[in-house]
Write a protein that binds this ligand. Structure first.
Ligand SMILES: C[S@@+](CC[C@H](N)C(=O)[O-])C[C@H]1O[C@@H](n2cnc3c(N)ncnc32)[C@H](O)[C@@H]1O
Length: 295
């Protein structure tokens, strides 16, 4: 049986993936070889040789990656903050910019701690894989009561896998009608809704268009349709003084805060950049009195 050294296999993988024009060939080749060898990537450094069966699996993974399949769908895992999120076809792959949104949401929960005690009520709307809700469950130092809402049946499968171990309630449905039993009782509503304007498909990378679910990406002509629904749902769910934290497109640093202001339901509306300095999410506090608002 032919046995091969991991370093040589990674070098060949890098060459193939770089030829295919992929942006991170070194990291991908390492992850795919570790997946083929059914070990953690760190295990490769202490492995002298790998057998034929691993080489065959690795070649197949390299071919699929060269064809544009996301590395996370191939390995079944996306890293998000401190946790491994299980992902596959049908669910949006969590992105690094959303980690900043979670950081801010956690900071608001800590600020509210004097009122909420160790068990704040948190709602993650448009949960997808559940990355946001799972991270809050993982990092908040207490016993948050977390609810997560997702409309897509395909994504829901992944949300359940990721969130049930954390004791998060997963609701299948449209956020517009979800969780009426919590009305006026949530301390924090957080969301990464779809936000790409339908006419902006041209600026979405081809591999994202080909693989991420469309309902996770697009949201009407200005990309704000989901935020219009979300603003109403958040005003209904939040208690006075509760926080809303919502990710948006980098072009919506003006329009997303304006939309929240127009509802009359929120104060302290503020936009925030991600780690690359691009406008990325908006936060607001639920007013004591909310007005009737029709989007
Ligand atoms: C951009 S993905 C975000 C997933 C996850 N929160 C994350 O940050 O990785 C948006 C998700 O919202 C879901 N979605 C879109 N419209 C929805 C609605 N009206 N109610 C509930 N979920 C919705 C989509 O199916 C998709 O899973």
């Amino acid at each position: 049986m032919v046995r091969r050294r991991p370093a040589a296999m990674i070098r060949e993988g890098i060459t193939q993936l770089a030829r295919a024009g992929l942006p991170t060939p070194r990291a991908d080749a390492r992850l795919l070889l570790a997946h083929a060898a059914r070990m953690e990537p760190s295990g490769l450094a202490t492995t002298r040789e790998l057998g034929e069966a691993v080489a065959r699996r690795y070649e197949e993974l390299l071919d699929r990656r060269s064809g544009g399949e996301p590395v996370q769908y191939l390995t079944g895992v996306a890293w998000f903050r401190r946790i491994k999120v299980l992902v596959g076809p049908g669910v949006f792959i969590p992105r690094p910019e959303t980690e900043t949104v979670v950081q801010f949401a956690l900071s608001r929960l800590m600020a509210l701690r004097r009122d909420t005690g160790p068990a704040p009520v948190v709602v993650d709307l448009c949960t997808g894989s559940g990355a946001i809700a799972a991270s809050i469950a993982d990092e908040y130092p207490g016993e948050p009561r977390i609810h997560a809402v997702e409309r897509s049946g395909a994504a829901l499968v992944w949300a359940r896998r990721n969130l049930e171990p954390h004791g998060v309630e997963v609701v299948h449905g449209d956020m517009a009608d979800a969780l009426h039993e919590l009305n006026g009782g949530a301390d924090l509503v957080v969301a990464n809704p779809p936000y790409v304007p339908t006419g902006a498909a041209g600026r979405v990378p081809a591999d994202v268009l080909a693989h991420d679910p469309r309902e996770a990406l697009f949201s009407g002509a200005d990309g704000l349709d989901a935020l219009r629904v979300l603003a109403g749902t958040a005003a209904r769910l939040l208690r006075p003084g509760g926080w809303l934290v919502v990710e948006h497109d980098e072009t919506q640093g003006g329009s997303a805060p304006q939309l929240l202001a127009a509802t009359g339901s929120f104060r302290m509306i503020e936009d925030h950049p991600d780690l690359t300095g691009r406008p990325r999410f908006v936060s607001a506090v639920r007013r004591a009195q909310v007005e009737e608002w029709t989007p």
